[in-house]
Design a binder for this molecule. Structure first.
Ligand SMILES: [Fe+2]
Length: 592
C-alpha cells in the first residue's frame, strides 16, 4: 500500500512516501526550490518521493494532507470577527489566499496527482504531529505531547499511543500558544519568526534570567498542564505582521534592530565582524539586556513545558514520551524534560515542526484509520535524494572543474582526516540528504572540534554567524559519555537527531573548545555505525589519529540559504566560501 503525506501552505512544505508502513522517502520542498522555509505546494518534493519509490501518482492508494483546511479557515474567520476592526488587514489577506487556494487544497491535490477525491484525506494538524512522533518511535506504548504555534485551533495536545492506536485526550486552543509566545520574543529580539527561534535559544546562555517576573506576566500556568497567555501584550491574533504590541514594548523596552550585531563581554567582539566600533561598550550593554531577556524567555518556556510534561505523566503514568510540533525542536528544553520530568525516555523525530506533518499524516492514515500493524522505526534521517558518482562527475566536467576520484574508502577517509588535522574546513556531501532542519553527516561542513580558533575560522570562511549560534559536535555513540554528561547515550533518541543539548563534561571543555557553548553545553549528535557507516568510520578514524572521536558538524549551506541538495548546490557554496576541500561521495574537489 502506497500513501503520500503532504504538508504545505503554512510553514515548511514537505512530502513523504510510505510503502506498507515503512518510510521510503521524505523531503522538504525548500531543498529543491532553494527557497528557505518554502511553504508552497511541494511539487518537487512529491515528484522526488514518487521517483524514489518507483511509482506514478496513479499508483498511490491514498494521499493525506496534514491538516483540515475548513476547520483552520473557521478559526481564522472567527478570530478576525472577534478582533474586528483591528484585524481588517489580516481578514482581507486571508480571504484572498484562502478562498482562492488554501481551502481547496484537497481538490488541488486530487487534480495535480490524478488521484480520485475520495482517496485524498485530511488529518487534524496536531494528530499529524502526534502520529509523526509516536508511530515513528520504537515505543509500543507512550505518552504524546505536541506543542507548536497553531494548527487549526489547537496549539498543544496530549494523549497516549498504544500499538496502532493513538488517543489525543485534550488540547489547548488558540490564542493560548507556547509557540506563538516564543515567536513574539523571537521577533522582538530581531529575528525572523519561524526561523530565528534557534537563535533565541543560542543567545540565552549569554544572559542571566533577570526578567522572569516580567515574562511571567505574559503567561500563566493552569492546572492539568494547561496555561493561558495574557493577550493584553500580543497582537498575533489580529495582525499578520506584528506579534507583540505597545504594552509589550513598555514592559521590555525597544525591540532589538535586526541589523544589530550580537556580542557581549562574554562573547567578545568576533574578528569577522570587522574593526571594533567606537561605541562597543554601549552596544555590549544593550546586547546584554537582550541576552538576559532571551535567557528569561527560554527559562519560562522550559518551565511551561516541564509543567505540561509533569501533568501528562501524572495523568497517564507512562514513562516514555513522544514529542512533536515546532516547540519540540527546542533542544535545550528537551534536555531539561529528560533530566527533570518523570519521563525516562523521549522520542522526537528530526522534522518535528510542520514539515514533519507530512510523515505524520501518512502514518496516521496507515495505522489509526486503516488499522495496519506497526513495524517501522525512524532511527535515522536519511530519506532525501541521493546523487551518484556519475551525476557528480558529469556536472563537474560540464563546468570544467578539476576533481579527483578516490576509489578506496580508506584512502578517502585518510585524505579527509588529514585535511581536518591541517585545520581545513571540509564540505561533506554524501548519500541521501537529511529529513528535517539538522545536517547529520550527509550534508555537513566538518572541522576539527579540538581547536579553539575553529569557531572563528569556520565563521570567517563560511558561515558569518553571530556568536549565539554555537557549532555542534558529532560524536561516536559509544564514546559519548566520555565527553558529555548524558547517561545511556546509545539509547537516547533525540541525541541521534541533534535535538538535545547536554553539558560537556567540565574536564573536556578544553578538549572540545570549538563545540562547547558559553554555558558549557553542547548540542550533540550521536553517530551510529549501522545508520551512517561512512560518517561513523570518518569520525572513528579521526579519533584514532587524535584520541578524540568528535568532529565539528555544521549544516552545509551559506547563511540564509537552505541546506545544499545537489552536487551543483554544494559546489556553489564551496566556491563562494573559503572552504578548503569538497567531498562529493568519493570525488574530491580542492580550491584552485
Ligand atoms: Fe504545527
Amino acid at each position: 500500500m502506497n500513501i503520500l503525506g503532504i504538508s504545505c501552505f503554512y510553514h515548511d512544505a514537505a512530502a513523504a512516501l510510505l510503502r506498507d508502513g515503512a518510510l521510503v522517502a521524505a523531503a522538504e520542498e525548500e531543498r529543491f526550490s532553494r527557497l528557505k522555509h518554502d511553504f508552497g505546494y511541494p511539487k518537487q518534493a512529491i515528484a522526488f518521493c514518487l521517483e524514489q519509490a518507483g511509482l506514478r501518482s496513479e499508483d498511490l492508494d491514498y494521499v493525506v494532507y496534514y491538516e483540515k483546511p475548513f476547520v483552520k479557515f473557521e478559526r481564522i474567520l472567527e478570530t478576525c470577527l472577534q478582533t474586528f476592526p483591528r484585524s481588517y488587514t489580516v481578514f482581507r489577506e486571508s480571504m484572498i489566499t484562502w478562498l482562492t487556494e488554501k481551502l481547496w487544497v484537497k481538490n488541488l491535490i486530487s487534480d495535480d496527482l490524478r488521484v480520485p477525491a475520495e482517496r485524498v484525506l485530511a488529518v487534524d494538524h496536531h494528530a499529524s504531529h502526534a502520529a509523526s512522533a509516536f508511530y515513528a518511535s520504537p515505543f509500543e506504548e507512550a505518552a504524546i505531547l505536541t506543542v507548536d504555534g497553531v494548527g487549526e485551533w489547537a496549539t498543544a495536545s496530549h494523549g497516549v499511543g498504544r500499538g496502532e492506536k493513538l488517543a489525543l485526550r485534550s488540547e489547548l486552543r488558540f490564542p493560548h500558544s507556547l509557540g506563538l509566545f516564543y515567536s513574539a520574543f523571537t521577533a522582538f529580539l530581531g529575528f525572523e519568526v519561524n526561523d530565528g527561534e534557534f537563535k533565541v535559544m543560542g543567545m540565552a546562555p549569554y544572559g542571566s534570567p533577570r526578567y522572569l517576573d516580567e515574562v511571567w506576566k505574559l503567561i500563566e500556568l493552569e492546572p492539568g498542564g494547561a496555561f493561558r497567555l495574557n493577550m493584553d501584550y500580543f497582537s498575533f491574533h489580529y495582525s499578520s505582521r506584528d506579534t507583540f504590541n505597545r504594552r509589550f514594548v513598555e514592559l521590555f523596552g525597544t525591540p532589538r534592530p535586526p541589523s544589530m550585531h550580537f556580542f557581549t563581554t562574554a562573547s567578545g567582539y568576533p574578528s569577522y565582524f570587522g574593526p571594533k566600533p567606537p561605541d562597543y561598550e554601549e552596544l555590549a550593554r544593550r546586547n546584554q539586556h537582550y541576552a538576559d531577556l532571551a535567557a528569561s524567555v527560554q527559562q519560562v518556556t522550559e518551565e511551561v513545558l516541564l509543567h505540561m510534561a509533569r501533568a501528562l505523566h501524572a495523568e497517564t503514568g507512562q514513562t516514555r514520551l513522544c514529542m512533536a510540533g515546532g516547540v519540540a525542536l527546542n533542544s535545550v528544553a528537551n534536555g531539561r524534560i529528560l533530566r527533570e520530568s518523570p519521563f525516562t525516555e523521549l522520542y522526537v523525530q528530526p522534522a518535528a515542526g510542520d514539515g514533519g506533518g507530512a510523515v505524520g499524516a501518512a502514518l496516521y492514515a496507515y495505522h489509526q484509520l486503516l488499522g495496519k500493524p506497526r513495524g517501522f522505526v525512524m532511527d535515522h534521517a536519511y530519506y532525501g535524494r541521493e546523487f551518484s558518482q556519475g551525476e557528480s562527475v558529469d556536472w563537474l566536467r560540464s563546468q570544467n572543474i578539476t576533481y579527483e576520484i578516490v576509489s578506496a574508502e580508506d584512502g578517502l577517509l585518510d585524505q579527509v582526516v588529514q585535511a581536518l588535522l591541517r585545520g581545513e574546513v571540509v564540505g561533506w556531501h554524501q548519500g541521501r540528504f537529511e529529513w528535517g532542519p539538522r545536517a547529520l553527516g550527509n550534508r555537513s561542513i566538518l572541522a576539527d572540534a579540538r581547536r579553539a580558533d575553529m569557531k572563528d575560522i569556520v565563521n570567517t570562511k563560511i558561515k558569518f554567524r553571530e556568536p549565539y549560534r554555537p557549532f555542534a559536535p558529532s560524536v561516536l555513540a559509544e564514546a559519548t559519555e566520555r565527553y558529555f554528561d548524558l547517561s545511556d547515550a546509545c539509547g537516547n533518541w533525540p541525541a541521534r537527531f541533534m535535538l538535545l543539548v547536554v553539558p560537556v563534561r567540565p574536564e573536556h571543555h578544553a578538549t572540545l573548545p570549538a563545540i562547547t557553548h558559553v554555558d558549557g553545553s553542547g548540542r550533540l549528535q550521536t553517530v551510529f555505525r549501522d545508520t551512517n557507516p561512512l560518517y561513523y568510520s570518518l569520525i572513528e578514524r579521526f579519533g584514532q589519529a587524535t584520541g578524540v572521536p568528535v568532529v565539528l558538524n555544521t549544516s552545509f549551506n551559506l547563511k540564509g540559504e537552505p541546506i545544499v541538495t545537489s552536487p551543483a548546490n554544494a559546489y556553489s557554496t564551496f566556491s563562494k566560501s573559503d572552504m578548503d576541500l569538497l567531498v562529493l561521495g568519493n570525488v574530491l574537489v580542492r580550491k584552485a
